[in-house]
Design a protein around this ligand. Sequence first.
Ligand code: A4P
Ligand code: MG
Length: 197
Amino acid sequence: MTVAYLGLGANLGDARQTLKDAVVCLAQQHTITVLAKSSFYRTAPIDAGGDDYLNLVVKLDTTMPVRHLLALCHTIEHHFGRERPFRNAPRTLDLDILLYGEHAIDEPDLIVPHPRMTERAFVLVPLVEIEPTLIIPQRGRADAFLAAVMDQRIEKLKSPCQCLAPNTAAGSSARSDGAADNAGDNAADNAPKGPCR
Ligand code: A4P
Ligand code: MG
């Protein structure tokens, strides 16, 4: 089993619903267990135009080889209407592999740890929320990079529903200001029609 972290982002369409559905798609894989899910964050576009993004980070335990995980990310993005008209274009869904165990990969189509993750509040803040003492291989503690990105606008969203406890179906242990945003987490009840198996 390998612990991996994925960054999810969207700024086109119903971003919140798409992100929830994407997490359900991940959780429904037989070879993936979603261990934790951060709060949702509204974030200013960085090196990009368009509307504000919604971002979150998930922590997975998986037996899926990293290449399969990348292919799954692309399949889920495609299912939710991802288009790539130009670099950093607004998108319905982006799934990036931030970390895959201790692995360091530097290939044309796959770089892990994600090369820009330490420069971005929209990655670091949710990552540190779910793993406060995380060490990024070859770079050190994730929280050490936070000070340098604090000029990037980022706002943690409160859950619209305060009645559900965290740590339910998809294995979320992330907390927002009150309760985790669990609506859409119950993979059995809320399964999106998608590439989930
Ligand atoms: N690729 C290489 N390494 C990876 C990896 N670790 N995970 C390749 C996923 N893909 C990886 O990806 C482009 C290529 O990177 C793919 O062919 C893949 O094989 P993409 O999904 O088409 O585009 P991308 O994710 O936008 O590319 P990139 O270069 O990772 O962009 P960034 O640097 O992640 O920036 N602002 C806010 N507020 N929130 C955001 O989510 N996202 C970006 C994208 C810019 N600004 C943003 C946000
Ligand atoms: Mg991407």
